[in-house]
Design a protein around this ligand. Structure first.
Ligand SMILES: [Zn+2]
Length: 294
C-alpha cells in the first residue's frame, strides 16, 4: 500500500471515531430535548427516561461535557476517548459501574466503517476539487445519517434538525454535481427524478393515506438522500435495496412469531442502508445488470 493511502485511511479512521462519538452524544441530547418539548406540549412522556435525560438539556451542545445518565458523574477527558474508553471500562460508568450500553461503541464503529468504505468504493474519480468536495459532503452527511439511523431505530422518529442538516448538505452536493456536468438540463432532470423516487412517492402515499402509512420524517429524509444520490437510476437501486433489506430483517421474526402484524418497523434506517448501497455499489450493480441485457 502506498504511503499516501495509509495516511488517508489512518485519518479516516481517526476522524470517523471522533465523528461517531459526536453522533452518539448528539442522539442522547436530541432525545432529551425531544422529551422536554413533549412534556411541554402535555404529551405522554416516560417519567424515568425523562428524569435521567433532563440534565442533558441544561448544557449547550458546544461547551458541555458528557455525563453518566445514572449518577451524573461528569466524564473526564480520558473517559471520552472513542472506543478505547468504552473497552477500558468494559462498557460501565467509572463511578457507579452501571452499564453504559452498546450504542456508543456501535455508532463509533459504524461511522468508521462508513468513512472507510465510502473512500474505498467511491465510484467517481477524485481528480478535481468539486469531486473531492462531493465525497467530503457525503462523509459529513453520513454523520447525520448515523444519528438518524440510531434515533429512528430506538424511538421511531427522525428529528427535524438532523433531517434539515442532511437536506442542506444534499443541496450542496447536488449543486456540485450540477456545476460539474456538461449536460445541465439532463443533470437537472436526473436530480429531480432521484428526489421524486426517494421522496415524492412517499409524499403521494402520505397524502393518500393521510399520514397513516408513512411519517413525514421519511419524506424529508428521502429528499436529503435523493439529493445526495442525484441520479434517478441509483435512487431506484436505493429503494429496491431498502425493501430487500427490509424483507430480510422482517421475515425471520415474522416466521418465528416474534413480530406481530401490527408491529412498527422504522423505514428510515432501511432507506439509509439502501442509499449507502446504491451510492457505493449502485454504479457497479447497474453496469453488470445492463451487461446481461440484450
Ligand atoms: Zn455513573
Amino acid at each position: 500500500m502506498h504511503i499516501d493511502s495509509i495516511v488517508i485511511y489512518f485519518a479516516l479512521i481517526l476522524v470517523g471515531l471522533v465523528m461517531g462519538s459526536f453522533a452518539g452524544a448528539s442522539v442522547w441530547r436530541l432525545r432529551a430535548r425531544q422529551l422536554v418539548q413533549d412534556k411541554h406540549n402535555c404529551e405522554h412522556v416516560d417519567h424515568s427516561e425523562y428524569m435521567s435525560l433532563k440534565k442533558l438539556t441544561k448544557s449547550t451542545l458546544s461547551h458541555d461535557r458528557s455525563q453518566c445518565l445514572h449518577c451524573s458523574y461528569t466524564l473526564k477527558w480520558y473517559d471520552l476517548i472513542p472506543l478505547l474508553s468504552w473497552i477500558n471500562l468494559r462498557g460501565r460508568c467509572r463511578q457507579c459501574r452501571e452499564p453504559i450500553g452498546f450504542m456508543e461503541p456501535l455508532i463509533e464503529i459504524g461511522v468508521v466503517v462508513f468513512f472507510v468504505l465510502s473512500y474505498m468504493y467511491w465510484p467517481y474519480p477524485l481528480n478535481d476539487t468539486l469531486e473531492t468536495v462531493r465525497l467530503l459532503l457525503w462523509l459529513i452527511a453520513g454523520v447525520g445519517l448515523a444519528i438518524l439511523f440510531v434515533y429512528d431505530t430506538k424511538w421511531y422518529l427522525l428529528p427535524d434538525k438532523v433531517n434539515f442538516a442532511v437536506i442542506g448538505i444534499g443541496i450542496l452536493s447536488a449543486l456540485s454535481v450540477f456545476i460539474n456536468s456538461n449536460d445541465k438540463v439532463g443533470t437537472l432532470i436526473n436530480i429531480a427524478g432521484s428526489v421524486f423516487i426517494l421522496s415524492g412517492i412517499y409524499l403521494i402515499l402520505y397524502i393518500y393515506s393521510k399520514g397513516k402509512w408513512i411519517g413525514f420524517g421519511d419524506i424529508k429524509l428521502g429528499l436529503g438522500l435523493g439529493l445526495l444520490l442525484a441520479d434517478w437510476e441509483l435512487a431506484f437501486v436505493a429503494l429496491f435495496a431498502a425493501n430487500l433489506v427490509g424483507c430480510l430483517v422482517v421475515i425471520p421474526p415474522m416466521i418465528t412469531g416474534k413480530l406481530k402484524r401490527d408491529s412498527h418497523v422504522p423505514f428510515g434506517p432501511l432507506l439509509i442502508i439502501g442509499t449507502v448501497i446504491a451510492s457505493l455499489a449502485g454504479v457497479y450493480l447497474l453496469s453488470s445488470y445492463s451487461f446481461y441485457l440484450p
